[in-house]
Design a protein around this ligand. Structure first.
Ligand code: SF4
Length: 738
């Protein structure tokens, strides 16, 4: 039942929406039904939420439908003789112990791979206890959706500022000039920038006389509300950014402002930028030299400015260079760590760059490549290997071969490159277990599926995303509805019991004490301070107590609309974790890749070559949310957008099927002709392709769409981060013969 409500009266609960990075406050009304159950009767934005102020998007408004989805699993499944059988939780763990333990004993821990999907970060249980499970398992075969997304930004932040989560966030509420590349926050609702209601925030920017400039191959919804839009050729953002850097030096516009004494590497950056003149990059980027020079002058001349790059800049061949250059520009223009510029959030708890051990001076800097993948020799980054090589590690025989897999809230068969090969690999495993609420494209390959509660049945504190917020805030959501499905933290502790040899019935309470003691140690607080609490409640209480504001969970429990901790404030030099104690403007680990970029200047641009990019959709979050009817109804959302010029040239008309093929695959997808897309570019959203057999996702299957990742090439990576190239893939587009 709803916490604290009478059994019959309508009741409103205030929850933080966990469905994307924006962390909006929702006001959810429930009533008790005649049968004694709880029915959700209304979902609206919480007007009193200190951060979102009533904003809500279609995904948040559909959280009731997600909760009530009859396809959601509520009982563990075990595959026996090819058929799924519902079993008790004890039976499921007995099966896991019987099959996973021998793999570890025979082949070692690296024989068990883990894949953690994007939703695992949006769930307090899986974010905190998942980390404990991965650490305890101790495998080097750890994979996440980050190598399909944002790892380049972590790498650039790690080498420049000393910690991969020290990412400068645009101070959108106070800036007067915002240059965005490869980002569409009006649809994505912000990413690596926790900021509810970006439409309202960008409107406010323009109303106070500010300027919004969008660089994107497509005239996105964000570009439509911008002052300027520049339709860049996909994958060339690093060239454009370097040309702006070049212009700043050439026209004597560099001014580091307040942070000058904390920055090293200026001379090196100047030298590196020398060949990237605006004229030299114009052919490749499609942006003329005069425009580049003007962008540089506008950026340097703005009173307060921020440069922000997102998925279009990270999921490409030069993702780390582009991510680095974004913050080089923020620094050269005096906007790093400056009000209205790009600033470092100071979260209420759990932020590594304000933790007790960080402050105590253990600033060892950032490293990658502490180990390498067995088959392709790809370097580890942040403890993980590129998911593009997971299939290699499973399919290639030899010492260290992956024999078992645990997936946590992930669907790599849709989100990773070459899903067909990955699916073949999953079928060859000796054992696979999925923590997932759906029997989907990936979990259908598992031997055991362990479901979890719905977002309304668990507590929530966005331990990760508050570290990237445009304002310092904290908000706690207790479980709104009771659940008959165990919380994921309990499931993960039972898995810890299995992989530590304690068997399927390990003492969960004792394991929880161990996790809490470790969190307390890292937070620099006494674990006994959170006495009386268990699970995520205890961990969040400890993280808050060790945080910079000295909050407790009780403080947040008394503030159902959240606590506003104020605007971002300058944090240099304390935030720096580089061994030099400085901002490393030209870290050699990054600049080593500049010659590869330089080499692209000599390449002829083939004007007839089509390239593929993805696109975000308001009703989707990657591959999830497609089984929620209100979000997929209406016209087919999985289309290939193409410019009228290309459509004419290729003989395509609106609505017909086009065959799109790449080195690795071919798909057929309906054409949508729009002049919003740059000529030479075709855009297909990812996360679709729900037409496979053996799934229990009736709504998604009825709106299957096509898996665009059948075209993405697992051999194409940003070498510094291991991130797959998902934007700028050469493809052939042609009509499907009648
Ligand atoms: S923008 Fe994100 S957090 Fe806000 S309501 Fe939508 S899905 Fe939820």
């Amino acid at each position: 039942m709803v916490a604290g409500m009478p059994t019959t009266a309508p009741h409103t609960s205030y929850v933080t929406c966990p469905l994307c990075e924006a962390t909006c406050g929702l006001a959810i009304t429930t009533e008790t039904t005649a049968g004694g159950g709880e029915k959700i009767t209304g979902v609206r934005g919480d007007a009193d939420d200190v951060f979102s102020r009533g904003y809500i998007c279609p995904k948040g408004a559909s959280i009731g439908a997600l909760h009530a989805d009859p396809d959601r699993l509520r009982t563990p499944l075990v595959k026996r003789d090819g058929e799924w059988v519902e079993v008790s939780w004890d039976e499921a763990f007995a099966e896991i112990d019987a099959r996973l333990t021998p793999v570890i004993e025979t082949y070692g821990r690296d024989a068990v791979a883990v894949y953690a999907g994007n939703p695992s970060v949006h769930n307090t249980s899986t974010a905190l206890y998942g980390a404990a499970f991965y650490r305890t398992l101790g495998t080097r075969n750890f994979y996440t959706a980050s190598t399909l997304d944002q790892i380049p930004k972590h790498v650039s932040a790690g080498f420049m500022f000393g910690h991969p989560l020290s990412i400068p966030i645009p101070d959108v509420d106070r800036t007067s000039y915002l240059l965005m590349l490869g980002a569409n926050p009006l649809v994505s609702n912000g990413s690596l920038m926790t900021a509810p209601d970006m439409r309202g925030r960008l409107r406010a920017l323009r109303e106070r006389g500010g300027r919004l400039v969008v660089v994107d191959p497509k005239r996105t919804r964000t570009a439509e509300v911008a002052d300027e839009h520049h339709a860049i050729r996909p994958g060339t953002d690093a060239l454009l950014l370097f040309a702006i850097v070049h212009t700043l030096f050439a026209e004597d516009l560099v001014d580091l402002g307040e942070v000058a004494e904390h920055v090293v590497g200026l001379t090196e950056v100047r030298a590196l930028a020398e060949p990237f003149t605006p004229a030299a990059v114009a052919g490749a980027t499609g942006i003329d030299a005069d425009t580049v020079r003007r962008l540089a002058r506008d950026l340097a001349g703005a009173e307060r400015a921020a440069v922000y790059g997102r998925i279009g800049t990270t999921t490409q061949a030069f993702g780390t260079l582009a991510s680095w250059l974004v913050d080089v520009l923020n620094t050269l223009t005096g906007n790093l760590d400056s009000v209205g510029g790009a600033m470092f959030t100071l979260a209420a708890g759990g932020q590594a760059n304000s933790s007790a051990s960080f402050s105590a001076g253990s600033r060892r800097g950032f490293r990658t490549g502490r180990w390498h993948s067995r088959v392709r020799g790809l370097p580890e980054v942040m403890g993980e290997l590129p998911v593009a090589t997971l299939a290699d590690e499973i399919l290639t025989p030899g010492d260290g071969q992956v024999r078992a897999l645990v997936t946590v809230c992930g669907n790599p068969c849709l989100s990773a490159p070459n899903g067909v090969r990955l699916a073949e690999a999953l079928d060859s495993l000796e054992f696979m277990v999925s923590l997932d609420v759906y029997l989907n494209e990936t979990s259908r390959h598992a031997d055991v599926i362990l479901p979890g509660p719905t977002p309304l049945e668990r507590s929530h504190y966005d331990a990760v995303l508050y570290q990237l917020a445009v304002r310092n805030v904290a908000n706690w959501t207790p479980p709104m509805l009771a659940s008959d499905v165990p919380q994921e933290w309990r499931t993960l502790l039972r898995l810890i019991g299995v992989v530590t040899g304690q068997g399927p019935d390990a003492d969960v309470a004792k394991l929880d004490d161990v996790v809490a003691a470790e969190i307390a140690r890292r937070s620099g607080v006494d674990v006994a301070l959170a006495d009386g609490r268990t699970g995520p409640e205890r961990l969040i209480d400890l993280l808050l107590r060790g945080g910079p504001y000295g909050l407790t969970l009780a403080d947040l429990e008394a503030a159902p609309h959240g606590i506003d901790l104020g605007p971002l404030t300058p944090r240099l030099p304390d935030v720096l974790g580089t061994p030099s104690g400085k901002v490393e403007l030209a870290p050699p680990e990054i600049t080593v890749d500049v010659p590869r970029l330089l080499g692209t200047l000599a390449l002829e641009v083939d004007s007839g070559q089509m390239v593929l990019i993805g696109r975000r959709q308001l009703g989707s979050n990657n591959s999830w949310m497609h089984n929620v009817a209100p979000l997929v109804r209406g016209r087919n959302k999985c289309t290939a957008q193409i410019n009228p010029v290309d459509a004419d040239r290729l003989g395509l008309t609106d609505g017909v099927l086009a065959a799109v093929s790449s080195r690795v695959g071919r798909i057929e997808v309906p054409v949508e002709i729009t002049d919003a897309i740059r000529p030479g570019v075709v855009s297909i959203p990812h996360g679709w392709g729900h037409d496979l057999s053996g799934m229990r996702t009736s709504v998604a299957t009825a709106h299957a769409g096509v898996n665009s990742n059948l075209l993405t090439d697992e051999s194409q990576l940003d070498p510094l981060s291991g991130t797959s190239v998902l934007n700028g893939i050469p493809v052939r587009v042609e009509p499907v013969p009648a």
